[in-house]
Design a binder for this molecule. Sequence first.
Ligand code: R2B
Ligand code: URA
Length: 310
Amino acid sequence: HNSVDRDEDRDEYFDTTVRLRNPNLELLDQDILYHLGLGSESHDLVEMFGDIKFVCMAGTPKRCESFANYIMKELGHKLPTGTRLQDICEYSYRYSMYKVGPVLSISHGMGIPSVGILLHEVIKLMYHAKVQDPIFFRIGTSGGVGLEGGTVVISEEAVDGLLRPFLDLPVLGKIVSRPALLDKKLQRELKLLAEPDDLFPTLIGKTMCTTDFYEGQSRMDGAFCDFTETERMDHLQTLKDNGVVNIEMESLAFAALTHHAGIKAAVVCVTLLDRLKSDQIHYPKEVLEEWQQRPQALVCRYIKKYLLKK
Ligand code: R2B
Ligand code: URA
C-alpha cells in the first residue's frame, strides 16, 4: 500500500482542519498526553477544551501566566472571588497551561525539542477536543539583527542555522524535512494592528532559529568560542544580507509542525538587543519586562478583534 495516499484519505475522513496525520491513534484505547498530564479517557477533553479558538505559547511559565491574566482582563473575564487561574498542567511538572475562555496560554520551554514535544501533544489535544480552525501564536523574545531592543518582529518564515527554511528531523535513520511556513495573511493582519503611536517599530521579517543560544547564535560570551570577532561580524552581516531580522530558538518547529497540521500560526517576538552591537543582554529587568509586553499586546489586539467580529 501507499502510505501517502492513506494519509490523504485520513485528512478528508477527519473533516477538520486540525490534521492528525496519524491513523495509529485510532487504535489506542486512550491517548495519554504525557507531558501535559492529560488523557483522552481520563479527562473530558471536549468539555475542557472544545471552545478553544486561540493557542498562545510563550517560553516561560511566568510569561504564560501573565499573558493569561492580561487576556483575562482585556476580555473582561471574571473569576469567582478568592480564586486565581489554575495551571491545568501543574502536575506534569513540564509545561504550564492556563485557559481563559477561548484562549489557551501554554509555556513551551526553550528550544526546538521542547516546543516540538509540546506541539505534538497540543495538536492531538485540539483533535481530541474537536476544536475547529484554532490559531496558534508564539509570543517570544529574540535577538535583533540590525534592530534596536524593543522592536516587535512578526516572522515571515523561519530558517535554520544554515538559512534553510526547513525543520530537519532524523526519523528511522533518515532526515525528514518539513517546510517551516507561516500564514502570510495573518502576518499582514497582525502588522495592521500595530498602533501608529507605538514608540517602537513592528515589522515583518525572516527569523533564524538556532539549536543553541551561544555558539549557535554567533555569541562570543559562552563557555566556548572558536571564532574571531571579525568572523562573528561577517556572519551576522551575512544573515542580515539574507533578510534575517531576528534570531531565536523555536520558530522552525513552531512553523513546520503547525503547517504540517494545517493550523494557521504566527510567531511574534520582541528583540532584547541588537546582535550587531552586542552579545550580552544588558538592559534592566523593568525594561525587558515592558518590552515583553509588546508582542502580548499585539496578539491580544488580534484576539479581541477576532472575537468581536463573531
Ligand atoms: C528566546 O529566548 C530563549 C533563549 O534565551 C529561547 O527560548 C528563545 O527562543
Ligand atoms: N533569545 C534568543 O534566542 N536570542 C537572543 O539573543 C535573545 C533572546
